[in-house]
Design a protein. Structure first.
Length: 160
């Protein structure tokens, strides 16, 4: 029974990760909503989850370590999303993460002109909402639920 739950949960995390990335790229490239730098960083855990789950099928004897890595990745994703939500709501000021494109002081005049032509999206600006919630809010829920479910699997791993 545990083996079935574990397998279903890992497959579900894979499907959620693929869907989350596909949705983000659809919203960005098809609907035209430009993401801020934190939105782009929030995609990384989903990429990592896909890679880890695929590696898990190749190296099944390391499964417990891959599960632990998924826990750490999605806990970090939850913290990053909470930080982003704090910026969106005005509880936290924007930081270096929100200004990664402009962090270099040594710019040529061509780079300055190129950056002036680009639209820089502030981390405070919510450009896309579903049912009144930003994608960051949904990311918090998804990351937290994945963290909880995979943590349960990790702690029950040796019992079965």
């Amino acid at each position: 029974m545990f083996e079935i739950k574990k397998t279903i949960t890992i497959k579900l995390i894979f499907i959620i990760s693929v869907f989350a990335l596909a949705s983000a790229f659809f919203i960005e490239y098809v609907l035209g909503h430009q993401p801020c730098n934190l939105c782009i960083l929030e995609r990384i855990p989903y990429f990592l989850a896909i890679i880890i789950i695929l590696l898990n099928y190749k190296f099944i004897y390391l499964e417990k370590y891959f599960i632990l890595m998924l826990i750490l990745i999605f806990l970090a994703a939850t913290i990053l999303s909470l930080y982003h939500l704090g910026i969106e709501q005005g509880f936290i000021e924007e930081s270096l993460f929100c200004d990664l494109k402009n962090s270099s002081n040594l710019l040529t005049k061509e780079e300055i002109l190129k950056q002036l032509k680009q639209k820089n999206i502030s981390c405070q600006d919510v450009t896309f909402k579903i049912l009144g919630l930003s994608l960051t809010s949904y990311n918090i829920l998804i990351s937290l639920l994945i963290s909880i479910s995979i943590t349960k699997i990790y702690f029950n791993y040796d019992k079965n």
